[in-house]
Write a protein that binds this ligand. Structure first.
Ligand code: ACO
Length: 426
């Protein structure tokens, strides 16, 4: 293989180095392109652009492979737990027994949030979308921990911010939910493990004893692992680009939460369940709905992916988990059948086959969340809870590698030369 790429522009030849990743991914390093040629590249939506060298997550969209730090998603989902996966993503290796105990203890120590956060929470109307509430609460940590604003933090300061955010996020997510229900918030119980503690904060009420169902806790564990990182997607790129300006971890993750919110990204899980409910309520046949998708009247939410063009390995795991969990919980959700019918119809239709559109992670996750008792407007918030270690790991890597500020170029296509005319003469 050549380790140089040749570019011929205006009759002149230029050489650019080819770089190869550890999974044999290849890229042309155009770092000197503009200096040498005066040209920039044009790549709307970054479909062909590698923005960083990262050692966190590998994904091969053609072959449906996803690995965190070299471990396959299938193995981690089956054998690991979310906190262990979080440690792996953030610190690069699976923890030893001692490292895990210390990490868990540090998270327990910081799980409470400042009482004044409640005043911020109280300021929101109860109908506020919990994603907006969560992003505001995460950003508010900059006010309670101003040392997090240090532009060049020491490794200890970075670690402090990381632990605080990992510890407080479940509390903030649960409080955002309680706010939307107009119910009193619950404080964390540190003797419970991460997922069980979160479920307790979500669902315990002062009126009755709440016992965490291990089936629910285990299902949540798998969902969080599957969402924990996905390399340079829209929200992660947002976290990295905000972090590249030396913004704090909390400010960067808050921006990532907003990026995740959109219906083309993490917001798709909410859109999927709304779509399925609408299909059920209207009584439209799935084959007729598929026709509407093909005429582009509607999008089949939960289908298609920028990178996976064969199958999304997370969707395979989730589909199986969905069947298992619903049967263990004795839940019979009619939209599961509709989802399966839509999937079958789409997978056998040339429109979807030609465009390489397959179910993504969000196609079945909403059905599981609903079976776990999580309301629709919390689905994307649950995604954010799962994605947190990935955002943290990517932010940490960016800062450790001292990457420069992210600042793309553009091709200007506006007016060239206009002369100002006073407003009354226009
Ligand atoms: N339903 C119907 N048609 C679709 C869909 C879909 N879900 N997704 C893509 N297409 C079609 C497009 O209309 C386009 O068709 P055309 O060639 O006739 O114009 C073609 O497939 C290519 O689509 P793009 O939008 O260019 O694909 P891109 O890679 O940019 O988009 C995306 C990927 C945003 C995920 C898209 O597939 C989509 O909107 N899916 C639905 C939303 C969704 O589920 N998002 C969650 C993604 S996973 C995640 O973020 C966690």
């Amino acid at each position: 293989m050549s380790n140089q790429a040749e570019l011929i522009l205006d009759g002149k030849s230029y050489q650019f180095p080819v770089i190869v990743g550890s999974e044999n991914e290849k890229a042309i390093d155009i770092g000197k392109l503009r200096d040498l040629t005066g040209y920039v590249t044009y790549d709307v939506g970054y479909k062909n652009t590698g923005v960083t060298k990262s050692a966190i997550t590998y994904l091969d969209g053609e072959n449906g492979i996803l690995k965190y730090r070299g471990y396959s998603i299938e193995e981690l989902a089956q054998k690991s737990n979310f906190l262990e996966v979080a440690y792996l993503l953030i610190y690069g290796e699976l923890p030893t027994v001692d490292q895990y105990r210390d990490f868990d203890a540090a998270i327990d120590k910081h799980s409470m949030i400042h009482e004044d956060v409640k005043k911020i929470l109280d300021g929101f109307p109860s109908f506020a979308h919990p994603m907006g509430v969560l992003s505001s609460l995460v950003c508010s940590l900059t006010a309670f921990y101003p040392e997090s604003l240090e532009p060049n933090p020491t490794p200890e300061q970075i670690d402090h911010s990381i632990i605080r955010l990992m510890a407080k996020m479940p509390t903030m997510v649960a409080w955002a939910y309680k706010k939307s229900k107009g119910r009193p918030v619950n404080y964390p119980i540190n003797s419970l493990e991460y997922c069980a503690n979160f479920l307790h904060m979500m669902f315990a009420n002062p009126t009755e004893k709440y016992i965490v169902d291990p089936v629910v806790s285990e299902a949540l564990n798998v969902l969080l692992i599957l969402h924990a990182d996905h390399e340079q997607n829209c929200s992660t790129s947002t976290v990295r680009i905000v972090g590249s300006s030396q913004a704090s971890l909390y400010g960067s993750v808050s921006a990532g939460i907003n990026a995740l919110w959109g219906p083309l990204h993490g917001g798709a899980n909410q859109e999927v369940i709304e779509m399925l409910d609408e299909i059920k309520a209207s009584g439209i046949k799935t084959k007729d709905y598929i026709e509407k998708v093909k005429t582009k009247e509607v999008r089949l939410m939960g289908f298609g992916h920028r990178v996976y063009k064969n199958f999304d390995p997370r969707a395979k795991i989730i589909k199986k988990a969905c069947d298992d969990i619903l049967s263990k919980l004795g839940v019979n959700d009619p939209v599961l059948e509709i989802a399966k019918e839509l999937e079958q119809a789409a997978l056998n239709d040339p429109y979807f086959v030609e465009r390489k559109l397959y179910p993504n992670v969000d196609f079945y996750s909403g059905i599981i969340y609903r079976a776990l008792g999580i309301p629709t407007n919390m689905f994307t918030v649950m995604f954010a809870l799962g994605r947190l270690p990935g955002w943290i790991a990517q932010w940490k890597e960016l800062r450790e590698n001292k990457e420069p500020i992210g600042r793309p170029r553009q091709i200007y296509v506006g007016n060239v030369s206009k002369t100002y005319v006073n407003i009354e003469n226009r």
